[in-house]
Design a protein around this ligand. Structure first.
Ligand code: NAD
Length: 375
């Protein structure tokens, strides 16, 4: 594993808990974690259960006792690490967005193809049982033809103008702002559930243009000594409309300025025979509406997706005994190891990451040109 903060904790936990609940035939061994600060990475290795640590990620790639490289560092590092890992024949999980630019994303995809390694990108929200169940309903035709995909991904952790200028707010490190950070998750959910994007039209805004320079600490917290101000070079909020290849219409909003919304990752899908609604902050629940329900009793029904009929849920607890955020990562790693064990390429993978990046680029181009842009 390269990196050891927010996602380092989430992925480490997934490797630790996976064999407790699932049997993929492969038991992950947490060999080594790397980070540039020796005392911090040593502490992370102990806390997160890694056998050893390195202070340069290149050492992980050289080590013959390592089969998987997991990249949980900022976006500008993904390409170099992933390409080196692929060339050394390592299987790869990387965090999203795939890369800083489309060109890098393309090179990463070519590297994993050429070296025939197993690869995934961590769009973990796909792996909520309620989202997987939505996919099943759509594939079974229960919603019919899809007309609308409506997504909001709303956060508020940088609303304070004193929140520091961290890597997430610098274009040369993160690629884009809220668009690539959380908008990319909505794009992935849309591609998973509805299909490929055809064209987009967008607007983007940066509300706070300067902030005190600082760095991320744990989770979504940050510190600054408040001595120097720096320029915010990414979007604070992005909204866009989309047409899908299959004729469905999409409306998307991603913002870190929606006060009171901590991690409100929501979508609603309307089809000719029914609708579904999902909200990450109540991730076990799915609201489902069927057009052919008895007149007088029609309306959204609330389904708690914790039964054996709901993907992954049966591995945990009796119905109604809910699971959480961390389990989405366990399911993603489960899919990754299943792919390795049974020789198939799991999704979402680098191809999905590349297609996602094409949407991100089109959204940015549209905001600049104020025109519809083909994906
Ligand atoms: N799937 C999700 O829901 C989700 C959530 C948060 C973040 N992410 C993604 O995960 C990645 C990491 O985000 P995070 O929130 O864990 O960030 P973070 O700031 O909490 O941690 C970043 C880690 O990378 C290390 N690092 C920073 N620059 C480095 C460099 N140049 N070389 C080597 N190591 C470096 C830091 O020391 C730290 O350990 C990003 O790509 C981000 O977009 C995904």
């Amino acid at each position: 594993m390269v990196g050891y903060q927010f996602m380092g904790k989430a992925h480490s936990h997934a490797y630790r808990d996976l064999p407790f609940f699932f049997d993929t035939g492969i038991k992950p061994v947490q060999k080594a974690i790397s980070g540039r600060n020796e005392s911090a990475v040593k502490k992370a290795a102990e806390r997160f259960g890694w056998e050893s640590y390195e202070t340069d990620w290149r050492r992980l790639i050289e080590r013959e006792d390592i089969d998987v490289i997991d990249i949980v560092t900022p976006n500008h590092t993904h390409a170099e690490i992933a390409i080196a890992a692929a060339e050394a024949g390592k299987n790869i999980i990387t965090e999203k967005p795939l890369a800083l630019t489309l060109d890098e994303a393309q090179q990463m995809y070519e590297a994993v193809q050429k070296n025939k390694v197993t690869h995934m990108i961590c769009h973990n929200y796909r792996f909520s049982p309620a989202v997987q169940f939505t996919k099943k309903l759509i594939d079974q035709g229960r919603l019919g033809k899809i007309y609308h995909f409506r997504a909001n991904y709303l956060q508020d952790f940088i609303m304070d103008p004193q929140f520091p200028l961290v890597w997430r707010l610098k274009k040369d490190v993160s690629g884009s702002g809220v668009l690539g950070d959380i908008g990319a998750h909505s794009i992935d959910l849309a591609r998973f559930l509805v299909g490929e994007f055809k064209e987009v039209v967008s607007m983007m805004e940066t509300f706070i243009k300067e902030r005190p320079v600082g760095e991320m600490t744990e989770g979504l917290s940050a510190v600054s000594d408040n001595s120097t101000l720096g320029e915010v070079t990414v979007d604070d909020a992005t909204a866009f409309l989309a047409r899908f290849e299959n004729g469905a219409l999409g409306t998307f909003e991603a913002t870190r300025f929606a006060g009171g919304n901590r991690n409100k990752n929501k979508f609603e899908i309307n089809g000719e025979k029914g609708s579904v609604r999902w909200d990450m902050e109540n991730m076990n629940n799915l609201e489902v509406y069927f057009h052919d329900d008895e007149p007088g009793l029609q309306g959204f029904r609330l389904i708690n997706c914790t039964e054996e009929f709901h993907p992954y849920a049966g591995a945990y607890w009796p119905a109604g005994h809910i699971i959480g955020y961390e389990h989405t990562f366990i399911h993603l790693v489960h899919e990754f190891l299943n792919g390795i064990a049974n020789n198939y390429q799991p999704s979402p993978n680098f191809e999905d990451g590349l297609k996602n990046q094409k949407v991100l680029v089109a959204v940015e181009k549209s905001a600049e040109s104020k025109q519809w842009v083909n994906v």
